[in-house]
Design a protein around this ligand. Structure first.
Ligand SMILES: Nc1ncnc2c1ncn2[C@@H]1O[C@H](COP(=O)(O)OP(=O)(O)OP(=O)(O)O)[C@@H](O)[C@H]1O
Ligand SMILES: [Mg+2]
Length: 314
């Protein structure tokens, strides 16, 4: 890893392990991770489900549950958050220095409070703004930053579409003027069209506001759009780290190659769904022949089973 001036390092994890207590045992979700994030830089944490991405992201955001077990060291903006086996400074950074765009924004907003009040509460609690006009002005500024209009302020969370809730969540994360934003699977609940829009919005805003960014995702294909560096995790361990472009072009770990191939497969099967006139499974089928470029029909086989595959029709 490149050595940088200490003041310019906003996240520093040294031999960091994070686990959850379960009766009399501990299951370690993150093991011996070393990481650095430079000011204004961006990092994607990528890996399959259960690899410890959210646990690491929550530690960076100071959002660990009381039954967490820790070891190693985690320093955020000079504040020691984890020191040995203790969580010592999470409340000094949570929601102030670091804010988080949650995995499921609609579910994380209080359903009984209008959007404007949610913004007011954050601005009052974190930035100490009390004047009604200033609260209104700041709220309007924040929602226009994410391309939303004033109407959204009078709505309740359940009245927002998926894309609107995600944008409200981004604006709320910006409200404390954090120096780091953690976005946990920011596009997982969105359709393909909105996914690209939201991921670019997060990347553009963090660049414009000079906010450091940690994006957690299981989809390695979005990393290049949004982050300068990528950390690949598997079963709680860091398997590969480096500049995103280099890692994608020339992965060094076989697990990284596997993630890239899986993303490529998803992409080609989406393309084939749109453009190939034959069997929709063609691009992924290990038995595909030229016959499969013709559309197969769902055929009854006589034993109460049905299949749409040319191999079974001869
Ligand atoms: N609050 C919790 N209490 C107990 N165990 C947890 C908790 N959160 C996560 N775990 C466990 O820690 C491990 C890592 O989970 P984590 O949510 O960090 O992975 P992830 O990479 O974010 O997965 P996903 O892609 O499914 O969100 C899993 O085995 C999970 O069951
Ligand atoms: Mg997760």
């Amino acid at each position: 890893m490149v050595l940088v001036d200490r003041k310019e390092v906003v996240v520093e994890a040294e031999d960091l392990s994070l686990g959850y207590e379960d009766l009399d045992s501990v299951s370690w979700a993150v093991r011996n991770v070393c990481l650095r994030l430079a000011r204004g830089s961006s990092l994607c944490v990528v890996g399959e489900s259960g690899s410890g991405k959210s646990t690491l992201g929550n530690a960076i955001a100071g959002l660990l549950p009381p039954y967490v077990r820790v070891s190693g060291r985690l320093v955020i903006e000079g504040v020691e958050v984890i020191k040995g086996s203790s969580v010592v400074g999470a409340d000094r950074i949570r929601g102030r220095v670091v804010s988080k765009i949650p995995q499921n924004p609609a579910a994380s907003l209080n359903p009984y409070i209008r959007i404007e009040q949610i913004f007011r509460d954050v601005l009052r609690d974190v930035r100490g703004i009390r004047d009604k006009n200033v609260l209104r002005e700041e709220t309007l500024k924040l929602i226009s930053t994410v391309g939303l209009s004033e109407d959204v302020l009078y709505m309740y969370p359940h009245e927002l579409s998926g894309g609107m809730s995600q944008r409200v969540a981004i604006a709320l994360a910006l409200a404390p003027r954090p120096s780091i934003i953690v976005a946990d699977e920011p596009t997982s609940n969105l359709d393909a069209y909105l996914r690209g829009y939201i991921i670019r919005l997060i990347a553009d805003l963090s660049e414009k506001l000079k906010t450091s960014l940690v994006v957690i995702t299981h989809d390695i294909s979005i990393t290049e759009v949004v982050c300068r560096n990528v950390a690949v995790m598997f079963l709680g361990e860091l398997m590969e780290y480096g500049p995103t472009r280099d890692v994608l072009k020339e992965p060094l770990h076989p697990y990284t190659s596997e993630l890239i191939e899986a993303a490529e497969l998803r992409r080609t099967s989406q393309i084939s769904r749109k453009y190939v006139s034959g069997c929709v499974y063609y691009s992924r089928c290990p038995y595909a022949t030229s016959k499969c470029l013709e559309q197969p029909l769902l055929v009854k086989l006589g034993n109460e089973r049905e299949v749409k595959c040319w191999r079974k029709l001869y």
